[in-house]
Write a protein that binds this ligand. Structure first.
Ligand code: ADP
Ligand code: MG
Length: 279
């Protein structure tokens, strides 16, 4: 765990831990991305980036364009214009399979788990470990499942139960473990705590801190600034498809971020984007 003190200030979170590796090019750069649906500019000239071990929170009202922007990164939507780079190299992403080859994994709100089978079966869905006899190697899969869950969520014990019996937070850890086993380097979490209670939300926060330690970069989409303020290294606010601004989370207050979300007003501690209110 890092003991860096420079991330600590009287702004924002006081117990913030900076594991971010900024020595190389960003893990991801999305530059000047646009997409329209019919006449609607859902995303309009948006640029965002992400480093290893960094959590970048993407904030904004419903309809701001957050999900659409990250769906372009995950290959669910094809952009009209703009560039995507992964580790400094132009990335060609036009479908989810392409995104996965770059280590980009998305945790959907619906989690996309197979409800009637256990955690191990979910982790290995579609790429089961086989024995030399061509049968399912259940023991090997359970051992791997215990290993990855032990890293992510050491309190997880319910390996023998169908995942439909698990709590929302536990299901979330299964979905994340699955992405990690797929060798995710870039994790997209779209409103991961929207359907969770306070205790489970705290569990997801712990998961995110573990992923940071493993140098995974995370785009965390939320419309709740309290949810993300303690977890994110940077915040990026969108409004009407445009980036209002971005800031180190410790350089802005919650009130200032609210001003960005509601008014599009970019505070002094943030770098203004094309969507910043002109005064
Ligand atoms: N598949 C789609 N077809 C038509 N319009 C869409 C589609 N996806 C998103 N939009 C529109 O794009 C805008 C941005 O939506 P979205 O990215 O979901 O916002 P957010 O995630 O910030 O709430 C909205 O006006 C929404 O209605
Ligand atoms: Mg959304």
């Amino acid at each position: 765990m890092s003991t860096t003190m420079d991330a600590i200030s009287d702004h924002g979170s006081s117990h913030h831990i900076d594991d971010v590796d900024r020595s190389g090019p960003p893990l991801v750069e999305m530059e000047d991305i646009s997409i329209s649906f019919g006449g609607i500019h859902a995303v309009d000239g948006a640029s965002i980036d992400l480093y290893s071990g960094e959590v970048v929170a993407l904030l904004g009202h419903n309809g701001a364009g957050k999900s659409t922007l990250i769906k372009i990164l995950s290959g669910a939507y094809k952009r009209d214009s703009g560039e995507i780079r992964v580790r400094g190299e132009a990335a060609s992403i036009s479908n989810p399979r392409d995104a996965k080859t770059y280590g980009i994994e998305t945790i959907y709100q619906t989690l996309a788990l197979a409800d009637n089978v256990d955690a191990a079966a979910n982790l290995f869905l579609g790429r089961e470990i086989m024995t030399s006899l061509g049968t399912l190697d259940d023991a090997a899969m359970e051992a791997e499942a215990r290993k990855v869950m032990g890293r992510l969520n050491p309190n997880f014990r319910r390996f023998k139960e169908p995942v439909k019996a698990l709590s929302g937070g536990q299901r979330q850890s299964v979905a994340i473990a699955r992405a990690i086993l797929f060798d995710a380097k870039i994790l997209i979490m779209d409103e991961p705590t929207a359907a969770l209670g306070p205790q489970e939300t705290a569990q997801v926060a712990d998961l995110i801190k573990e992923l940071k330690k493993e140098q995974i970069g995370i785009f965390l989409i939320s419309h709740d600034i309290h949810d993300v303020f303690d977890l994110s290294d940077r915040v990026v606010v969108m409004k009407n498809g445009q980036v209002v601004g971005s800031a180190k989370t410790t350089d802005v207050t919650k009130d200032e971020v609210l001003g960005m979300i509601i008014l599009g007003k970019c505070p002094p501690g943030a770098q203004p984007g094309p969507g910043a209110m002109k005064d």
